[in-house]
Ligand binder design. Sequence first.
Ligand SMILES: Nc1ncnc2c1ncn2[C@@H]1O[C@H](COP(=O)(O)OP(=O)(O)OP(=O)(O)O)[C@@H](O)[C@H]1O
Length: 424
Amino acid sequence: MFKTDNNGRSESEKPCAIEVNGVSKCFRIPHEKRVTVYDNIIGKITGKSYTYEVFEALNDVTFSVKEGETFGIIGENGSGKSTILKIISKVFVADTGSVKVKGKIAPFLELGVGFQPELTAVENVYLYGAIMGMNRAEMDAKLDSIFEFAELDRFRDTKLKNYSSGMYARLAFATAISVDPDVLLLDEVLAVGDQAFQAKCRYKINEYKRNGKTIVFVSHSIEAVKEICDNCLMLSNGNVVSIGPTENVISDYLNAVNKKEVERLLNQYENTKDAIEKDNVDPSINWGSKEAKIVDIKFFNNHSESYIFQTGQKFIARIKYKTNQRIEKPVFGVAIYKDNVHITGPNTKLCKMDIDFIDGEGEIDFIVDKLPLLDGPYKFSAAIYDDSCQHPYDHQHCAHGFEIKNLSAKNYGLFDIQGQWLSK
Ligand SMILES: Nc1ncnc2c1ncn2[C@@H]1O[C@H](COP(=O)(O)OP(=O)(O)OP(=O)(O)O)[C@@H](O)[C@H]1O
């Protein structure tokens, strides 16, 4: 079945609301800071001119957004998301390339661009309305609903410089939606305010979607992007690295984030491992008589080595060991911690797995078919003890770690206990 809009047009027939073509933008970052008039005069007298570093915030960015589409922009901090929104809304001018926007555009940008801190909230609302081409009578009619939506009625006459960043953002969002734009630019709107305000914003955004308005939505919340956006763009260091249906772009984004996270976790473990080998580690991390040593710990999912898992996924911890003599009846144990809370600590003896002896090099796996842990970073300990579990040969406490990252939250807390609801 073909998806059509309110005018019966299919996706491909819809005209573009925004066309961004080959946009690049550089910023000049001064090497020295001249704050006072004195600094500047001295600079002139000594003939020292400013030296700058040129920083490329956007490089040849091209994309288009169809009328009625909700388009997400994602990427790590500093990747250029806000800069491209500011160029679309004409707050910044691109160095090269072009931007075409069809219809009335309303930016809700970080800290409400155009707002003046020295003016009161009401004065700022009139100012925003004037910038958006609305006359005073039109804004008079909207004033109550703006302050009601922003939940700031008591603070109408407060100067904006005395607003908290949350109040500022609530006013900016309420004002931006009040001018009934054709194109709404939203930057991290769902990151401000409490849960109730965020739910109100979500409702409003969905109402805009239903009314066929075009939305460009910048957010760090992958869940919000997944819920709201039809298509997405991923930026990395000012470059477009992925563009297309939201699911695909989010998958590319998570892969990139995971890759970085894995590198960080492995680096951390390699450093600890190195320190343990050189016997140069905090005794609260590693202790034991060392006739048997843990030489490596690796984690695997169903298919491959991994350090980022999803709740319910297979989890294998592979412990590599080495002994310098025959060790009779060793006991291998592991433990998982979150925020210093000891979550679990199984060992081979408790699990009735008798190991007669170990001698030389070997590996042992601790396998969980469906890991029940919920989102967050976890620390992992591994140890080899004697049969009495009193004498440690090698105990590596929280030396390694892994993360659980679920795309959509299914539960709160530490565990997914797979409960069911029954209404009676
Ligand atoms: N006015 C400016 N002068 C100098 N550098 C700037 C300016 N505005 C942005 N930048 C730099 O450009 C880069 C991109 O910034 P931008 O705010 O677009 O990133 P972002 O993806 O929105 O980041 P975040 O997720 O942290 O909000 C950053 O390195 C930032 O420091």
